[in-house]
Design a protein around this ligand. Structure first.
Ligand SMILES: Cc1ncc(C[n+]2csc(CCOP(=O)(O)OP(=O)(O)O)c2C)c(N)n1
Ligand SMILES: [Mg+2]
Length: 558
């Protein structure tokens, strides 16, 4: 790597993690970075329609590959990406956000440049972008190698975005010093533990597990973020621990595992009996730290006695009033999986998919759509679930063996899923990316379909057209004009966006839906289906639920 420019070094260093795509929008301040994408072997440029889309696509890619690269230009570019990068921070994804800025020569002369407020404050945007990251650096040829080690280490240790600023002049200068050869992400030690603290934490957890008569686990997506799904699966399997996930953590572990219970969300648990099992357990092993937002807890209807919870967080463990610090989740889970007392292997229960409803001539409804989708998913698929009504229904689906799901329940920024689906599709080495999105969310970022077509990815996309922001009607009241959408003919979009060879259609009846699902199964390529859903489906929740969860926003006090 000798003789490289700063921009080339940064990209080459990140490529060693196993990243092979750069998502972004070019800009003159960022040309050194953009050019370096072409110069560094093993990297390909994915030009998004705008920076927000690029950030969402990078987020999707990082969910599959473990890390991603996003690059934007100074001010206008980086600020447009921020909602997406914040989402990656909320969802614990190491997205490396590389941004170009005016040169130090311009800065020293105090010249006024474009993409600024005209005030020669060149670092004005840095605190904003840095707040979406867990680590940041302004690179020079001299500090580049050391700073990149710090940036990579910290982003991976905390599993959060990094913000790296490279001026247009520094980006083109040769890096000074001895380049560092990095490791593939799977081999990187993400966090290290204090040995005595680790042993104390592990012994304490093992003792609690041994003493519990009815333990359960709640497993979060943090295990996926740290590459620990196999370890966590070993733990629940060896210990014969029944486990559930919260809605935000859909498919954190395989839903076909014999010990999988379903979704825990207080009174919104699915199936409903999951609530009773989790709330009556004498030990709840919280693997990763569940997020207790109103939407993740059935409007705070969860009843989890803190004395019965053991929480294993990224680098600390809580057990009642006992807190163990400097214990990396990877070390804790590996020790537990190796040392836990084996439980009796579970007998796999036959899990029936939801029943098929709807006569051939009936209009499609959510009740008829999701069970049909569930039956068409196959091992290797990743279901990308948008925020909106579809998330409620998709979360309640039981995914077949080998099917993953990705959603953005915590950050919940509509529009995320369409570009995220591009990122997921580009990151996957096998299997399909299957997107389910509402029409309102799709309108935010649908121009990314053109990027999908250009790069030849083959997603299967369902756009649920009810003509409105339906979920808003569900959690507030019906009838506000601000929830109505412009009447877009979605099924025409792939053709307009140059997506060649895509199977497209608009379906309104159950028979039409069945026909197009058959056609997708027989088609080797991308598919885009506009599914007409009656707007009458989006009826408000009971007043009491709305008052508690949406109008008053107060958790239970008992
Ligand atoms: C960026 C952003 N803006 C606004 C919202 C508020 N919001 C949440 S869901 C939603 C409507 C989603 O409508 P649609 O995608 O059509 O799904 P539906 O519920 O109708 O199936 C809106 C506007 C949001 N979550 N994110
Ligand atoms: Mg809608």
């Amino acid at each position: 790597m000798s003789g490289m420019t700063v921009a080339e070094y940064v990209l080459a260093r990140l490529t060693q993690l196993g990243i092979d795509r750069v998502f972004g929008v070019p800009g003159d301040y960022a040309f050194s970075i953009d050019d370096a994408v072409e110069a560094v072997p093993g990297l390909a440029w994915v030009g998004s329609a705008n920076e927000l889309n690029a950030a969402y696509a990078a987020d999707g890619y990082a969910r599959v590959r473990g890390a991603a690269i996003l690059t934007t230009t100074y001010g206008v570019g980086e600020l447009s990406a921020l909602n997406g990068v914040m989402g990656s921070k909320a969802h614990r994804l190491p997205v490396f956000h590389l941004v170009g800025m005016p040169s130090e020569r311009i800065q020293r002369l105090g010249l006024v440049t474009h993409h600024s407020l005209g005030d020669t404050v060149y670092d004005r945007f840095q605190p904003l972008s840095a707040s979406a990251a867990c680590v940041s650096a302004v690179l020079t040829p001299d500090n580049c190698i050391d700073e990149m080690e710090r940036v990579v280490r910290e982003a991976l240790r905390r599993s959060m975005p990094a913000y790296v600023v490279i001026s247009e002049v520094n980006g083109l200068m040769p890096v000074i010093g001895t380049p560092v050869a990095g490791q593939p992400l799977g081999q990187v030690v993400r966090g290290r533990s204090s040995p005595a603290e680790l042993e104390a934490a592990v012994q304490a957890i093992l003792a609690r597990l041994a003493a519990a008569a009815r333990p359960v686990a709640l497993v979060t997506t943090l295990v996926a973020r740290y590459g620990l799904r196999r370890t966590a699966t070993d733990l629940v399997t060896r210990a014969a621990l029944p486990f559930a996930v919260t809605p935000n953590d859909k498919a954190a572990l395989g839903e076909a595992l014999p010990h999988y219970l379903g979704i825990y969300a207080g009174e919104s648990s699915s199936p409903p009996r999951v609530r009773e099992i989790v709330e009556s357990a004498d030990l709840v092993l919280d693997v990763g730290g569940i997020v207790r937002t109103e939407l993740n807890t059935g409007f705070w209807s969860d009843r989890l006695d803190p004395r019965r919870i053991v929480s294993i967080n990224d680098d600390w463990v809580r057990m009642g009033d006992d807190v163990f610090v400097n214990v990396a989740i990877g070390d804790v889970l590996a020790a537990l999986a190796a040392r836990v007392t084996p439980g009796r292997p579970a007998v796999a229960r036959a899990k029936e998919p939801a029943p098929l409803v709807g006569a051939a001539a009936d209009p499609i409804s959510s009740a008829s759509f999701y069970p049909r989708l569930e039956r068409r998913l196959v091992a290797g698929d990743t279901l990308v679930i948008e925020t909106g009504t579809c998330m409620l229904h998709a979360n309640a689906m039981l995914l077949p063996d080998g099917v993953d799901a990705e959603g953005q329940g915590l950050w919940g920024s509509i529009g995320w899923a369409t570009p995220a689906c591009l990122g997921v599709a580009l990151a996957k080495t096998a299997g399909r990316a299957v997107l389910v999105t509402g029409d309102g969310a799709h309108q935010v970022t649908l121009n990314e379909l053109a990027v999908m077509g250009r790069h030849g990815v083959k997603p299967v996309i369902f756009v649920l057209n009810n003509g409105l922001y339906g979920i808003e009607d569900v959690i507030s009241e019906r009838g506000h004009a601000y929830d109505d959408l412009a009447p877009v003919r979605y099924s025409l979009l792939p053709a307009a966006f140059g997506c060649r060879g895509w199977l497209t259609g608009r379906v309104a009846t159950v028979a039409e839906l069945d026909r197009i699902l058959d056609a997708i199964d027989a088609h080797d390529g991308a598919a885009y289906v506009e599914v007409m859903i009656p707007d009458a489906e989006s009826q408000p929740l009971p007043d009491a639920t709305i008052d508690r969860g949406y109008k008053l926003r107060t958790p239970h006090t008992d």
